[in-house]
Design a protein around this ligand. Sequence first.
Ligand SMILES: [Zn+2]
Ligand SMILES: [Zn+2]
Length: 268
Amino acid sequence: MFDYHIHTTYSPDGQMSMETACLRAIELGLAEIAITDHIDMDWPNTAIPPFDVKMLDRYFEDLGKIKEKYKGSINIKKGIEIGLQPHILEECTDIIQSYPFDFVIASVHLVNRVDPCLGEYYTGRTKEECYYLYYQEILSLIRSYDEFDVLGHLDYIKRYSPFPPGEKDHLLCNSLVDDIIRVLVSKGKGLEINTSGCQHASKSPMPHPDIIRRYIQLGGKIITLGSDAHRPEYLAFEFDNTLERVKNLGINQLTSFTHRVPSFVPIP
Ligand SMILES: [Zn+2]
Ligand SMILES: [Zn+2]
């Protein structure tokens, strides 16, 4: 199948070259991958240098070369994972419109400039408050921003939350999650299923299958599957199990993107 969320050494935390990622994808028998390195502009932690926007010309050059080199073996899409924050949305739009991306994931990695992967985000807040603030930020950002194809790892906060995972965590802030889904559907945007959640305490993909079901119920049609791999061993991580769960939700196709236009491919 397809892996539509892969990081290479263009991402500050990526640990594989584009070539290594492609060779691993071919070895796994994937038909198509999207390389989706991170762009997080105005990232607060200067100790981790972000993907410099000035590198995008070289990024596209390298993507073009690798696409050509492996074109008989695998289809490679030129993607990006763009990190949204309220004060940079115009710059995000400019970047996406200035380059010939096949596929754009919009992700929210910061709430008021704090990454929920850090303990300080949780200090002095209840679990509900932590989830509420995170979802509220997503809702406000995707209401104001249009240059993306899918929303990345919707319940990403569960990957790092220090609170013990609960069976009903996916029901926290239910109505806010519904509002997010309604905005996605009304804008014709997709939802990513990100299997990196399976490596963490929740042991389930992001978002939770019930949230994916809700997206379908409310009329959503565009679903992509991505591992969020930063290392070769995590490409297509837990795809077999996740595809079974997805099919049990009544979903029988995944989405592929070319020049930001979706097409649908049946799940085998
Ligand atoms: Zn992300
Ligand atoms: Zn990612």
